[in-house]
Design a protein around this ligand. Structure first.
Ligand code: KET
Length: 447
């Protein structure tokens, strides 16, 4: 005997599959006929109707930077760490792990759909703490993903399939790709207030009001730490109030953790927002990335974790996440997963990683301080630039508008995103004075 409650998820899924098949059939039919008509009546390419896509607001900046031949050019667009010589950096501990991997002669067989077991274990432990009750009780479903973006996309696809019609609330502003990810996964989203340009700080009242007013059971996308692009995070007291409200409203948090270790230099402190929710027994989704903290940008290594209320639910969620991953990319790449598993799983290498991460976070803090000093000493108007020091993580959200950001690029050859964000990870001490001159010129001379 089946109870109707048991059948509902099944029926929803069947209905979803049927709706998708019907939609794709109708689309294919209409499109097919239009194309047939075109190719039979004219001699033009069937790709003629494909319009030019705009450049990506972040990765497009790197493309434009490469084309610039000026010696003064500076790329503060993408959030990618550079050395003091402005060169990309491979962490020593990563090279060490790679040497170890080469020596052990690992093969290139397919990984399982859910990824490398040792990586999935290490990544959940790094996020939640090895002795976390949810891990001990097998309540965490972890699937290796294609870095932060791919893991967010798996989470979005899961939401679309299992919570159809549920709106995801995203901070305003946010990392530009969040909107694309939920749009392309067919998940409705709205903004919640986050940043107050007047105080250059958190609009906590606005954020809380928007969480309160969202329909019960909504999903709140939260940046685990080092909010991108603002560099403004809630305080521990504010996190507690956010968790209270999300719990009261029966919402679910979906954390994007792309900068663990990069905000404070401490992996544990930067995971405290997520751990706070999990310790209260709340169910959460968490996307992780190793692009920044291990410098594994091109290895595309990250994970999606669902922390749920029972081991049984975790097993079911894991099975469905695998079902989503299989037709998308079949199974994930192994190289980055092995690097992470080696580094996190070896006490000595783990300590070396932490030291290197602190060094990266420290270098960013040093240029942040120097930029503030230059701005404060050059600007005689008395403007308060202390927000540069208060913001955390890789970025500074300068408050420059689009025209002013254009001036930074066109006149000064400083490449940055049009929302006024600069990546301090791409800055060195030698360029701080030049950057301060450019910011002051753009701020006061361009409307
Ligand atoms: N979340 C956030 C908040 C984020 O800033 C990034 C990357 C990602 C996820 C995904 O990174 P991945 O490499 O897929 O793990 N941000 C930088 C790079 C980019 O835009 O792709 C950036 O903002 O410059």
């Amino acid at each position: 005997m089946y109870r109707i409650d048991d059948l509902i998820p099944f029926l929803v899924n069947e209905l979803f599959d049927f709706r998708c098949s019907l939609c794709s059939f109708l689309c294919a039919f209409v499109q097919g006929n239009a194309l047939k008509a075109m190719s039979t009546t004219t001699n033009v390419s069937r790709f003629e109707q494909v319009t030019m896509a705009p450049a990506d607001p972040i990765l497009g900046v790197s493309e434009a930077f490469k084309r610039d031949e000026s010696e003064k050019k500076l790329n503060l667009g993408v959030g990618a760490y550079r050395t003091e010589d402005l060169q990309p950096m491979v962490l020593e501990v990563v090279k060490k792990a790679e040497r170890k991997m080469l020596e052990s002669g690992e093969n290139k067989e397919y990984l399982p759909i859910e990824g490398l077991a040792a990586f999935n274990k290490a990544t959940a432990e790094l996020l939640l703490g090895a002795d976390n009750a949810a891990i001990k009780e097998n309540r965490v479903a972890t699937i290796q993903g294609l870095s932060g973006t791919g893991s967010l996309r798996l989470g979005a696809a899961f939401i679309q399939r299992y919570f159809p019609g549920t709106t995801v609330y995203i901070s305003n502003p946010t990392w530009g790709n969040h909107m694309n990810i939920f749009n392309d996964a067919g998940v409705p989203w709205k903004h919640y207030r986050y940043f107050d340009p007047k105080t250059v700080g958190l609009d906590f009242e606005g954020m809380m009001a928007d969480i309160e007013n969202a329909p019960d059971g909504s999903i709140m996308l939260l940046h685990g730490c080092a909010h991108n692009p603002t560099g403004v995070d809630p305080t521990p007291e504010q996190w507690e109030k956010i968790a209270d409200l999300i719990e009261k409203k029966n919402h679910m948090a979906f954390f994007d953790v792309a900068y663990q270790g990069f905000a404070s230099g401490s992996l544990d402190q930067d995971a405290s927002s997520v751990r706070r929710f999990v310790e209260r027994g709340m169910e959460v989704l968490v996307a992780q990335s190793y692009s920044k903290n291990l410098g594994l940008y091109a290895e595309r290594i990250g994970a999606i974790n669902a922390v749920v209320s029972s081991a049984d639910a975790a097993a079911r969620v894991r099975s469905q996440l695998k079902r989503i991953a299989r037709p998308m990319y079949s199974n994930p790449p192994c190289h980055g997963a092995r690097i992470v598993a080696n580094v996190v799983g070896d006490a000595k290498m783990f300590d070396e990683w932490r030291a290197e991460m602190q060094e990266m976070a420290g270098r960013i803090k040093t240029v942040r301080q120097r930029l503030f000093d230059e701005l404060s000493s050059k600007d005689k108007s008395g403007k308060d630039w202390s927000f540069v020091l208060k913001q955390i993580g890789m970025f500074s959200f300068t408050g420059l508008n689009k025209a002013q950001s254009d001036n930074m690029t066109n006149k000064w050859h400083i490449y940055m995103t049009k929302d006024g964000r600069i990546s301090l990870a791409g800055l060195n001490l030698a360029k701080c004075e030049y950057l301060a001159d450019a910011i002051i010129d753009s701020y006061y001379n361009v409307q």
